[in-house]
Design a protein around this ligand. Structure first.
Ligand SMILES: Nc1ncnc2c1ncn2[C@@H]1O[C@H](COP(=O)(O)OP(=O)(O)O)[C@@H](O)[C@H]1O
Ligand SMILES: Cc1cn([C@H]2C[C@H](O)[C@@H](COP(=O)(O)OP(=O)(O)O)O2)c(=O)[nH]c1=O
Length: 201
């Protein structure tokens, strides 16, 4: 089973992802951008570049995703493992959907749908996505605005895109109120996981 954690920068995904490792010690814990391949290195290089081309960046992230699927996700799912990923395809749909809105040469009406379509032929859809919902102001404050994506106005567009994704796919997403205290967020997450996973892992 594939579970993904999504949300704005600073929503608390990594905090939850680390805490959940104690509850599911046999699961495969992974993340995007990956931090164990040169594709991931290339993505982080691009994140640090304020002048990076947004379309090139979409394909860097997507290359990292393709490699992640082949190298880690697919083999783990074939073994029957539980996989929990801190960010996954929805991050591309929400974030690159937002950056590409301002990309004049991309002749598409709806960048979010375009990014979804790019993934469609090869990706593996998550069984469950926990969306840690915080307002863009709290997110930017918690994240500390350390990179170009962590500005409130940009995070507002990303937040709008996540809302669209939840609307498109209400069965897959569980919305978690991530403005709660960390202990309450973790409890809500563990209950949501137990509801779907049951005693299988
Ligand atoms: N529920 C919470 N309430 C307040 N602060 C939090 C909460 N969850 C995480 N934080 C803090 O916010 C910052 C970002 O958390 P992190 O888990 O790294 O978020 P993300 O991985 O989504 O960017 C960290 O300093 C973390 O300690
Ligand atoms: C996976 C992914 C991340 N991102 C962005 C979100 C983050 O600002 C940045 C790095 O992701 P990450 O290291 O997960 O940051 P954080 O822990 O603060 O949430 O990359 C995208 O724009 N598209 C993507 O597909």
């Amino acid at each position: 089973m594939l579970v993904t954690l999504e949300g704005l920068d600073g929503s608390g995904k990594t905090t939850v992802w680390e805490a959940v490792q104690e509850r599911y010690p046999d699961a495969v814990f992974t993340r995007e951008p990956t931090n164990d391949s040169w594709y991931g290195d290339a993505v982080y290089r691009s994140i640090r570049d304020d002048d990076a081309d947004s379309l090139a960046e979409l394909f860097l992230y997507t290359a990292d995703h393709a490699d992640h699927l082949t190298r880690k996700i697919e083999p783990a799912l074939e073994r029957g493992d539980l996989v929990i990923s801190d960010r996954y395809s929805d991050s591309r749909f929400a974030y690159q959907g937002a950056t590409l809105d301002a990309y004049d040469r991309l002749a598409v009406d709806d960048p979010l749908e375009y990014v979804v379509d790019v993934h469609e032929p090869f990706t593996i859809a998550p069984d469950l996505t926990l969306y840690l919902d915080v307002d863009p102001e709290t997110a930017a404050e918690r994240a500390g605005a350390t990179n170009k994506f962590e500005r409130v106005d940009y995070l507002e567009s990303v937040h709008d895109n996540y809302e669209r994704l939840l609307e498109r796919d209400p069965e897959r997403f569980v919305r978690i109120d991530a403005t709660q205290e960390p202990e309450a967020v973790l409890e809500t997450v563990e209950n949501a996981l137990a509801d779907v996973i049951g005693d299988d892992y």
